[in-house]
Design a protein around this ligand. Sequence first.
Ligand code: ADP
Ligand code: MG
Length: 625
Amino acid sequence: MNVEAHKEQLGFQAEVAQLLKLMIHSLYSNKEIFLRELVSNASDACDKLRFEALSDDALFEGDSELKIRVAFDKEARTVTISDNGIGMSRQEVIDNVGTIAKSGTREFFSALTGDQAKDAHLIGQFGVGFYSAFIVADKVSLTTRRAGLTAEHGVRWESAGEGDFSVETVEKAARGTEIVLHLREGEDEFLGDWRLRSIIRKYSDHITLPILMKAEGKDEEETVNQANALWTRPKSEISAEQYDEFYKHVAHDFEPPMLHVHSRVEGKQEYTQLLYIPSRAPFDLWDRERRHGIKLYVRRVFIMDDADQLMPSYLRFVRGVIDSADLPLNVSREILQASREIDTIRAGSVKKILGALDDLAANDAEKYAGFWKEFGVVLKEGVGEDHANRERIAKLLRFASTQADSEEQSVSLADYVGRMKEGQDKIYYITAESFATAKNSPHLEVFRKKGVEVLLLSDRVDEWMVSNLPEFEGKTLQSVAKGELDLGALEDEAEKQAQEKESDEYKELVGQIKAALGERVKEVRVTLRLTDSAACIVADAGDLSANLERMLKAAGQKAPGAKPILEINPRHPLVQKLKAEAGKERFGDWSSILFDQAQLADGAQLEDPVGFVHRLNSLMLALSQ
Ligand code: ADP
Ligand code: MG
């Protein structure tokens, strides 16, 4: 087969076509950003080449001066962006600019509302920069050759952005990528030297490579951007906009960040960090394979993307750059894993980020609430992951609680401690599968009655988090669904005595219920924690909570299978009625129903739901006769 003639017409992945339409409509009011996105990609391509060339110098093909060129042609009505970066092979072209290989694509499309203003935000979050070319162009022609391949392995990709694209093999002498935009009718404003230069300065000034344009009316080229590393400049010389634009490039985000931390560390080790917290969680926050984390530089030379050793997993949403003065230029991922320098840098960066969050929480509660909504669940992982910083992270945690009875997580442990009742010495919480189950749990009844606040925990990570957080500022965290009800000094003597008396009175009933339920329960006992409900399920103090057991099972893991404890409310009419039924035929059924109800209220699935329905039905029939 003649490779030259090998041209194929391919359809975009269905989503890409839809995305293109949305992109053109929703970003039209800010159409000049197409240039920022293409320059950002060119810069990434040069970074990739530099990284690959660390282990294979031949990839430079004798030309290691990486640069980006921007040109325009008034006659042909084209704008051209080219780079001498890594380039792409035919397959890479098809994969990278014909499909969206991102995880979360499906979620993205299901999140679209059809309201263009809202969807514009989503587009930004999803970050598909290349396609922004179609905002201003009705035909895009990309010609590329991957570094290391020979000239006849060039590839041309062309598309009008309307559902399909063509790829053909062409000659390309120079390594890298050239993108020609054939401007749409009416987009002639981009065919001007001044306009293009000002866009580059506005959005791409921070790009560390030179961006070259021909000087007006001359043949020589000149550098349009500052082309020095933004993070090496003094803070006072960097504007808020410049910080933001740099963020958009490193994070592949369309929206400005929530905050940044920029600092230079000197002493035994020298490094500069410019770190950002995004305004919104990306779609792939939960994808273990996700990229775009921290970029590592050594003395201003780009070394690698997504250096995950530089940030612990619970801060994986942080973006930015770290530039070390001490690491060797040929540092590899393997070296990083075992490097003491990296450990120090990581510890320093974590401190900075936690410090920035402390400040935010103290000075701008509303913004902090926004942060917590986006990233709180991830930060919670830190309690178990980063023991050295556990206290600090604990202060940053926010919870839903019975105080507000709202799903929003806004109560800090310090708030809770500040509101503790006279004599209260524990921080009470409940874990459940959902907020509603937590909020309506019978375990809360006595606490509501006494006006004692309980934290309502319903994120998956919460069980793990609380198991790693035994106390906060000397106060024990206590699950209200585990062990005997222990109100400490909140309990008054009279009540205690009343309970003991009731326990005695119900001793016989308790034994009878236990006999009826047999192996299904570990124990049956009388409780004072209930006011409205007849019964509830409790885990033994040393056992896993029922919620955690269920989570483990759902995740296909072995759960120890601890049996629950059934607690009954002696003041409930149903329980009193049951006492009168002792010894009668239907006592066993009634006991079962009581137990199953308590299980359901706890968020459990019944082992024998059909049996439950039968028993309930016969009870209803008996009542109606
Ligand atoms: P992102 O930059 O977030 O990955 P884009 O839509 O901007 O998303 O680009 C998609 C992909 O296309 C890039 O990840 C890269 O693999 C490829 N690509 C785009 N432009 C270039 C270029 N100039 N050189 C090499 N590869 C490129
Ligand atoms: Mg991009």
